[in-house]
Ligand binder design. Structure first.
Ligand SMILES: Cc1ncc(C[n+]2csc(CCO)c2C)c(N)n1
Length: 219
């Protein structure tokens, strides 16, 4: 069995819960309230810069030049491509990024982004991979699944096409090949799987926070 299969097995139950979440069901049937999607996009504006930092830290820990290149390039890609998607989605709500960043990052965003930056900065390369790879892979699997259904709402259909599209799927395939080519020890694999389950849980929570339009409960 390839290590990627073991990794997916550890996350599969959470992935299924993600697919059943009303946020994602609402994306494909078009019933998702626009306010919930707006919340999601605003939180992405907060989240992505930290995601790019986590990828850069992962690149710094990578054991060979190809892996350094992969994560450093994806860090740049996060700032260029994903960031411009968020800017365009914000524009659909009549918002610019400066305005979006004025409203605070929600508790789940702070928790998830901090977890990624901390794990990638202070952990081993295997731990960094455990934190990072599920973000790629879950989005790719969600994108692929949702692409088959699309959405009657053009804004939601556009989001689905980005993550279900070939470019994104190829990026994720490259990361998974890299993962399988590493010769990780049993202990490294175990630590990686543990970090990955935490990330998968945060992925569910990120959508759930948008669905609830989460905000700070005090102050
Ligand atoms: C909450 C949240 N989780 C994962 C992604 C997906 N993602 C963002 S940047 C990047 C790296 C390469 O493009 C990946 C996989 C997202 N957008 N938002």
């Amino acid at each position: 069995m390839r290590f990627r299969d073991e990794l997916w097995r550890a996350m599969d139950g959470i992935y299924r819960q993600i697919l059943r979440h009303p946020f994602l069901e609402g994306l494909t049937d078009g019933s998702l309230p626009r306010e919930a999607f707006r919340h999601y996009v605003m939180q992405e504006a907060h989240f992505l810069p930290d995601y790019a930092r986590a990828l850069a830290a992962c690149a710094a820990r990578a054991p060979h030049p190809q892996a350094v290149h992969r994560f450093a390039a994806d860090s740049a890609r996060t700032v260029e491509v994903e960031h411009s998607l968020v800017v365009e989605l914000l524009a659909a709500f009549g918002l610019d990024e400066v305005e979006a960043l004025k409203s605070p990052a929600a508790p789940t965003t702070v928790g998830y982004a901090s977890y990624l930056v901390r794990t990638c900065s202070l952990g081993t390369f295997a731990e960094a991979l455990g934190a990072i790879v599920p973000c790629y892979w879950i989005y790719a699997r969600v994108g692929e699944k949702l692409l088959a259904e699309s959405s009657p709402d053009p804004l939601y259909a556009w989001w689905i096409e980005t993550y279900g599209g070939e470019d994104y799927q190829d990026t994720v395939a490259g990361v998974l090949d890299l993962l399988d080519d590493l010769s990780l020890s049993a202990e490294e694999r175990e630590r990686l799987l543990e970090r990955a389950v935490t990330t998968a849980r945060f992925e569910w929570m990120f959508w759930d926070a948008a669905w609830r339009q989460e905000s700070w409960p005090c102050g």
